[in-house]
Write a protein that binds this ligand. Structure first.
Ligand code: GPU
Length: 835
């Protein structure tokens, strides 16, 4: 490989202290960073100072790989994937980078010799919570897999100053606290103040004909904001590839005009500056559905525009001809949040780079691919035309033009029919006019996919049916996956050691190798070791629970866990109905012999989602009564663990016996927590929804607890007119459970508190809890029985892990590479830095 450093330049060898991994070198490097980066000496250094010093030491070892990677990509001009996502829920970096670099042991020793504790330092890291839940975490797993598979790729997103709020529980209610994750600095990001992109907002457009007779449009914006790049290296597992996650921060610009307009109004000018910088202040904490706010659309446009401008800049460094842009880059749109990119790329190509419309459209349409992540109709993004006109006037024109040309084509398919046209149109004209972002994404993309087999089928049959009719060849399924590096190796070292002892460690990069564990499911000794690992993890979680909540739980009880965003369609309240059912059975018969269980919940509610917040209150209220009732003692415990996040997930999945995946069939697009649980040997109780269907296929029906209506059954019931009352009146047990809540038993006699939840169930029950209740209770009874047969349970647990190969995000990424992106790995050789 030829070096980029011009000949004759002095060769600077990277110091060993920045790359070496011997014990002495590591110790010296940590102390060096403590002095020269934190400006501290050991006797006054805080734990955070040591965390920072250690992180810089690890970062140095990444940078060598990062630079080699960037250099190689530049030289080879390799085809590159850009993953556009408004959310990247990365979780803490330090532990993961130690694993991927393969220096966890050495670093632990070095840290010990310095008189420090590695666990304490790891716990010091504030996780970057730049996402809400599944969608953002999927993006993070995909970055890990793309790096591990040596795929040239960039992540592009937003550097929120405040990520997802921290959740506190006060008097049983959720209270939101600002996530000031950058307060003590972020050693993992490298600011790139010289990489800045102007992003325009508002104003007007005007047109003219240039000297060559071309029609041109100029957008005179109301104001301009600059996107400034902040880069985070994303290292693959035991490879030299370190890709880039580039997140944009909004900065104000002070243009000449800006100053002139504000003469004498210094205060006003500064206030405007602050307003521009608001764009990247805070992550919207709504999962699905999203909030239709102006600032949210500004965020989406801001990061889409900055990213596309950056890609064009990179492209033009080596290729003059933008008509081939799509050969170099492909963009995956993570849901519709970046779908405005379709119009923005057209604008950049046509207005700024003077490509003709057809050429530009060919490039655009061959650049984007769109992933849909939800079937909930209320979560499909649409923006009022008036807002678009005000914020992005040029884009509205471009969208109208795209739409007109598109509808002309559609007319050829459906001569004389207006209904399909109205449904396919990018503009919703049924009432107030809106721009439909999913339609824009479908029209502007060469590939469209769902995230689990069932979800893709339902997309084709329902929300995207008309597009499927028109463009069947664009549709495919790409079942989600999760990275086994973070979700097994990092979070479950005990299990990792046990598995690798038996089958070697090849499974970490090739998860299908877990299949070699299958015969061991029959091995009594192996089962015992498996059981001990699980037990150790449960003890550790029990200690954590006690430290955080004061609640004492028994590691010998069945750990029954539901962790995910709080949402009616995910049905945490169905889980609560089961708890109350068991509670009543014990109250009826205090000597009842039941399998002791600990119910553990975690998850945040969107701050404006009243019912979800009431669901949290219900869980904590039931816990308060059940945990204190002496009749129940030793049999049931209910814990709501505050502030569920990636860090806490890493403690939870390894300690679970039972994974609750109980959404109404047809509503959870995929789920990914379901995969993390199963990989760590939990059994699933679940509906035939999302990826549960495929998990059950893989692990075998006999190793999965299935209950509830199927999607067609839900649809049929809905069509014939669902009456929850039919189920309540015919089921005395169910009625008693609802009545007990209504009586104020869990609310200090307050009969009003839970009324909104209860009347929802009685009157409408949009998510079919009443219809699924008995099936769920019966299935839970089977779970309890199965848990009594420890040997059998352990065998099922081993088989769950052994059969999870399919759900590695490596498999997902390979599918995307093969079927959609058409990109191949590029092997990175370490060139030792600047040589
Ligand atoms: N999902 Br849309 C989110 O987490 N947030 C969103 O705004 C949207 C979807 C989730 C789906 O609910 C979940 O089923 C899926 O596994 C995940 O995206 C990743 O595809």
């Amino acid at each position: 490989m030829t070096s980029l450093i011009p000949e004759g330049c002095p060769i600077v060898a990277v110091e060993d202290d920045r790359t070496g991994t011997s014990l002495e070198t590591l110790k010296r490097a940590i102390m060096d960073n403590l002095f020269y980066l934190q400006a501290r000496f050991p006797s006054v250094a805080s734990r955070n100072d040591f965390y920072m010093a250690l992180s810089y030491t690890v970062r140095d070892r990444l940078l060598q790989r990062w630079i080699s990677t960037a250099e190689t990509y530049l030289q080879q001009g390799s085809r590159t994937v850009c993953y556009f996502s408004a959310e990247f829920l990365l979780g803490p970096h330090l532990g993961n980078n130690l694993i991927n670099l393969g220096i966890r042991q050495e670093v632990e020793e070095a840290v010990n010799e310095l008189g420090l504790d590695i666990e304490e330092l790891l716990n010091q890291e504030e996780e970057p919570g730049l996402g809400n839940g599944g969608l953002g975490r999927l993006a993070a797993c995909y970055l890990d897999s793309m790096a591990t598979l040596e795929i040239p790729s960039f992540g592009y997103g937003i550097r929120y100053e405040f990520g997802i709020f921290d959740q506190e529980i006060r008097d049983g209610w959720q209270v939101e606290v600002t996530d000031r994750w950058l307060r003590y600095g972020n050693p993992w990001e490298i600011p790139r103040p010289e990489v800045r992109m102007p992003v325009k907002f508002g104003g007007h457009t005007r047109s003219y004909t240039d000297s060559d007779g071309h029609y041109r449009v100029i957008w005179d914006a109301h104001h301009v904001v600059e996107g400034v790049a902040y880069d985070t290296p994303i290292l693959g597992y035991r490879v030299n590839t370190a890709n880039t996650l580039r997140l944009w921060r909004a900065e104000a610009v002070e243009s000449f005009d800006f100053q002139a307009f504000n003469t004498g109004n210094y205060y006003g000018a500064v206030r405007d500056k602050i307003t521009s910088e608001n764009i990247t202040k805070v992550l919207y904490p709504n999962d699905e559905p999203l909030q239709g706010k102006e600032l949210r659309l500004s965020q989406q446009y801001f990061f889409s525009s900055s990213s596309l401008q950056d890609m064009i800049r990179i492209y033009l460094q080596h290729n003059p001809d933008l008509s081939k842009f799509h050969q170099k880059f492909t963009v995956q749109l993570n849901d519709t949040h970046p779908a405005i990119s379709v119009a923005e790329l057209m604008r950049l190509l046509v207005d700024d780079h003077h490509l003709d419309w057809n050429t530009a459209w060919n490039v655009t349409q061959h650049t984007f691919a769109y992933t849909n992540h939800t079937l909930l109709p209320e979560a499909l993004e649409k923006w009022p035309i008036a807002l678009f006109q005000y914020l992005l006037p040029r884009h509205l024109e471009i969208i109208f033009e795209i739409n007109q040309r598109f509808l002309d084509q559609v007319r050829l398919h459906y001569p004389g029919q207006s209904d399909p046209l109205a449904r396919l149109s990018i503009i919703d004209e049924s009432g107030e006019r809106y721009v439909r972002m999913a339609n824009l994404a479908c029209v502007g993309s060469y590939a469209i996919n769902g995230v689990a087999a069932l979800h893709t089928e339902l997309l084709k049959a329902t929300v995207l049916h008309d597009f499927y009719q028109l463009y069947p060849e664009r549709f495919s399924n790409k079942t989600n996956g999760v990275t086994p590096r973070r979700w097994v190796v990092l979070s479950n070292p005990g299990l990792t050691g046990l598995i690798s002892e038996q089958i070697g460690d090849g499974w970490i990069k090739d998860l299908d190798q877990l299949g070699q564990l299958e015969p061991l499911a029959n091995d009594h000794h192996f089962r015992a070791c498996w059981g001990k690992t699980k037990h150790d993890n449960k003890v550790a979680l029990a200690e954590h629970i006690q430290a955080k909540t004061g609640i004492i739980v028994d590691p010998n009880s069945l750990f029954d866990i539901q962790v995910k965003r709080i949402h009616e369609y995910k049905r945490q309240h169905l889980n609560v109905l089961h708890i109350i059912t068991l509670y009543q059975q014990i109250k009826d018969n205090p000597h009842l012999d039941i399998t002791p269980r600990t119910f553990i919940f975690g998850g945040k509610a969107a701050p404006g989602y009243f019912t979800a917040k009431l669901m949290i209150k219900l869980i904590t209220a039931v816990g308060d009564v059940v945990n204190r009732d002496p009749d129940v003692a030793g049999r049931l415990k209910v814990v709501f663990l505050p502030d569920y996040n990636v860090t806490f997930g890493q403690r939870v999945y390894p300690a679970a016996d039972l994974s609750e995946q109980i959404s109404t069939a047809g509503l959870e697009a995929s789920g990914t927590g379901n995969m993390k649980f199963s990989m760590n040997g939990a059994l699933t109780i679940g509906t035939l929804d999302g990826a549960n269907v495929e998990i059950r296929e893989e692990v075998g029906a006999e190793n999965f607890f299935l209950f509830g209506l199927t999607t067609p059954e839900v649809q049929a019931l809905g069509a014939k007119g669902y009456q929850p009352w039919d189920y309540i009146q015919s089921n005395p047990q169910l009625k008693r459970v609802l009545d007990l809540i209504a009586s104020g038993h869990f609310s200090h006699g307050d009969t009003n508190l839970f009324q909104p939840l209860l009347s929802g169930l009685w009157n409408q029950d949009k998510y079919y809890l009443m219809a699924d209740y008995q099936s769920y209770i019966d299935c839970q009874q089977q779970v309890s029985q199965a848990y009594q047969n420890r040997e059998q349970w352990l065998a099922m647990s081993i088989l769950n892990t052994a059969r999870m190969g399919k759900f590695s995000s490596d498999r997902s990424i390979q599918d995307y590479c093969r079927d959609i992106w058409h990109v191949s790995p590029v092997i990175i050789k370490l060139n030792g830095g600047y040589q």
